[in-house]
Design a protein around this ligand. Structure first.
Ligand code: PEP
Length: 265
C-alpha cells in the first residue's frame, strides 16, 4: 500500500506570532503546488490560532506541540485537546522526548526519576485518546536514549513504549494515528540516525502495530522519522520503505529548508 508522506514541523519554543506568520507566508509561496505530501506546522500555544488564520485555504495544516488529557477544569498551565481543535488544529504531538524529559545532558539514570513534565507512557496514551476524542489526530513520538542504544536495548525500549502508548485505540483511531520514531540522541544534535537503521526501527514499530491492530492497520499507518532531518539528508531517509515522512525541529524554522524537505518527500 502506498502511504502519503507526511512532513510536520515542530517549532518548539521558537517564533513570535509575527515571526510565525511570516514563516508560513513564505512557506505558502514555496510549496503552493505540493499536493502529494501532507504538511503541518506546530507552533507554540500562544501563536497557534494566529498562524492557523494565516494558513487558511492553503495546503499547510496546523498542529499543537502537546496537550493535556482533561477537557477542562483547574489544571493550571494545561491546554485541552478541544482548545487546540478550536484554534484550528488537526494534529497534536504527544510523547515528544522533550516532554518525556528524555533529552539534554541529564544522564539516563537520573532521567528515569527526573521527568521534567511528568510524562510517561501512560500519560502519552491518555493524551492520544483525549486527542482522538476531541477530533484531533495524535502524532505519537517514541525513541531511545543514547545509553539505551549503546546497551543494545533499542528494540526493547521501542516495543515497550509502543505497546503502552498505542494501547486501547479503536481500529479507526489506529488507522489514523501517526507515529514518529525519534531517537533521542539524534534530536537537535546534528547526529542523524543512519537511514537503514532508522528504517529498521520503523519496521520494528510497524510490527508492533501489526501485532496490536492487524495487517491492514500496519500497512496503512504512517511512521515518521525525526532527528536532525535536513534538506541534505531528507531524500535518503524518505526513500526508505518504512519511513513515511519526517517530524522536523530545527530545519522547520527556515521556510526554504522546510520546503526543501517537503519537496524531497
Ligand atoms: C524534533 O524535535 O522532533 C526534532 C526532530 O528536532 P530536530 O529536527 O531539530 O532534531
Amino acid at each position: 500500500m502506498s502511504r502519503k508522506p507526511f512532513i510536520a514541523g515542530n517549532w518548539k519554543m521558537n517564533k513570535t506570532i509575527s515571526e510565525g506568520i511570516a514563516l508560513v507566508d513564505e512557506l505558502k509561496g514555496l510549496i503552493g503546488d505540493v499536493s502529494n505530501v501532507d504538511v503541518a506546522v506546530c507552533p507554540t500555544f500562544v501563536s497557534v490560532a494566529k498562524v492557523g488564520d494565516a494558513i487558511k485555504g492553503s495546503n499547510i495544516m496546523l498542529g499543537g506541540q502537546d496537550t493535556f488529557w482533561q477537557e477542562s477544569g483547574a489544571w493550571t498551565r494545561q491546554i485541552a485537546p478541544s482548545m487546540l481543535k478550536d484554534a484550528g488544529c488537526q494534529w497534536v504531538i504527544v510523547g515528544h522526548s522533550e516532554t518525556r524529559g528524555r533529552f539534554g545532558t541529564v544522564d539516563a539514570e537520573l532521567e528515569s526519576v527526573l521527568s521534567y513534565f511528568g510524562e510517561c507512557d501512560t500519560t502519552v496514551n491518555m493524551k492520544a485518546k483525549a486527542a482522538f476524542a476531541a477530533g484531533l489526530t495524535p502524532i505519537i513520538a517514541c525513541g531511545e536514549l543514547l545509553a539505551e542504544r549503546e546497551a543494545g536495548n533499542t528494540d526493547k525500549v521501542i516495543v515497550s513504549q509502543m505497546k503502552a502508548d498505542l494501547a486501547g485505540f479503536t481500529k479507526d483511531q489506529a488507522l489514523k494515528m501517526v507515529i514518529a520514531y525519534e531517537p533521542v540522541w539524534a534530536i537537535g544534535t546534528g547526529k542523524v540516525c543512519d537511514s537503514d537503521e532508522a528504517d529498521r526501527v520503523c519496521g520494528v514499530i510497524r510490527n508492533v502495530v501489526k501485532e496490536m491492530y492487524g495487517d491492514d492497520v500496519a500497512d496503512a499507518v504512517r511512521i515518521q522519522y525525526g532527528g536532525s532531518v535536513k534538506p541534505s539528508n531528507a531524500a535518503e531517509l524518505l526513500s526508505k520503505p518504512n519511513i513515511d515522512g519526517a517530524l522536523v525541529g530545527g530545519a522547520a524554522l527556515k521556510a526554504s529548508d522546510f520546503a526543501a524537505i517537503i519537496k524531497a518527500a
